[in-house]
Design a protein around this ligand. Structure first.
Ligand code: PYC
Length: 321
């Protein structure tokens, strides 16, 4: 019998968006900053990413989280996030999932913790009732009121902002943001992403804007806004997207529409809500995003050398290409 490899994982969802935490048996990425280890992951072990999150074990919506030993010893864990087509600098719903997972695994107790990511250290507060508040990386609006012409002739105006990933944020989307319209919303957001590329509109240092965020009025009483977020691999975020909410807070702060310390309730396409507020910080704002994750599975992925799809179904390309 060929020997099977086992990868223990814990699955959760945060506002409907799944996270799969690799608890052990991940690739050896060596020492150094998490950004360097991410580069090694991408260059030498990308099949592991696909193995964990892609079909037949995962789905296009699944975000993976590889636990790593942090460089900063004040951190409880280091984590590298990845998805169906690549890697994420930061992922707030995923961080909330990681915190719930570490708690479930008996590795942390309620209280304040620090987690290292490739784009910086984030602080997390786990409350006894399971609510997690993530103090995300410094977020900022990079460009306001950028208009792009889509390939169907429509013009769309939005802001470019960083919330741990790059976003193009379109306010006052004219049609309802409904789950039953997800295909049309996805197609529209894909067109925006293509137009940004064609027009050379980027984040700082020519970084690709790989998340598109549309905003409309909320359904839930007490919420301030509803969003639809297209992720880099073509899936929509089932949650309100924590990095996207951070980018939104940066835009609201830049426009003077939300004061420091005031709470913003961001509803996602499923109706789940993240609450966000911010403090002024050098270079932008320090956003805090609050949400809850639920554990859905403890499992062992089995990698059988005879399985032609043991490394997941690969070959999807990012939606821009
Ligand atoms: O919550 O930050 C987030 C996120 C990014 C991509 C999917 N979710």
């Amino acid at each position: 019998m060929p020997s099977l490899q086992h990868v223990p994982v814990i699955d959760s969802h945060t506002g409907g968006e799944p996270t799969r935490v690799v608890m052990d048996n991940g690739p050896t990425l060596g020492e150094g900053a998490l950004s360097q280890r991410l580069t090694r992951f991408r260059q030498h072990h990308d099949e592991f990413r696909s193995t964990v999150v892609n079909e037949p074990r995962g789905s296009d919506a699944m975000v993976g989280a590889l636990l790593c030993t942090p460089v900063d010893t004040s951190c409880v864990a280091g984590v590298i996030f990845f998805n169906n087509v690549g890697y994420l600098g930061m992922c707030v719903h995923g961080t909330i999932g990681v915190v719930a997972t570490l708690y479930h695994a008996g590795q942390i107790t309620p209280g304040l913790h620090r987690i290292e990511t490739p784009v910086g250290v984030v602080t997390v507060q786990l409350d006894p009732d399971g609510v997690v508040t993530v103090q995300n990386v410094i977020s900022f609006r990079h460009a306001a009121n950028m208009t792009v012409k889509l390939d169907d002739g429509q013009c769309v105006t939005g802001d470019v902002a960083w919330g741990g990933n790059w976003f193009f944020l379109v306010d006052n989307y004219t049609r309802p943001l409904r789950l039953c319209d997800v295909e049309a919303l996805t197609n529209f957001a894909r067109k925006i992403r293509r137009a940004l590329q064609q027009n050379g509109i980027t984040g700082a240092d020519n970084a690709e804007i790989d998340h598109i965020e549309l905003f409309g009025p909320p359904d839930t009483a007490g919420a301030h806004s509803r969003n639809f977020v297209l992720c880099p691999g073509g899936a929509y975020d089932r949650s309100p997207c924590g990095t996207g909410t951070s980018a939104k807070l940066a835009c609201l702060a830049a426009e003077g529409k939300l004061a420091p310390g005031q709470w913003w309730r961001q509803e996602g396409i499923l109706g789940s809500i993240f609450e966000g507020s911010y403090l002024i910080a050098p270079g932008g704002i320090a956003p805090s995003i609050r949400g809850t994750a639920h554990i859905t599975a403890e499992a062992k992925l089995i990698l059988d050398p005879r399985d032609p799809f043991r490394q997941g179904i690969r070959g999807q390309t990012p939606i821009s290409t």
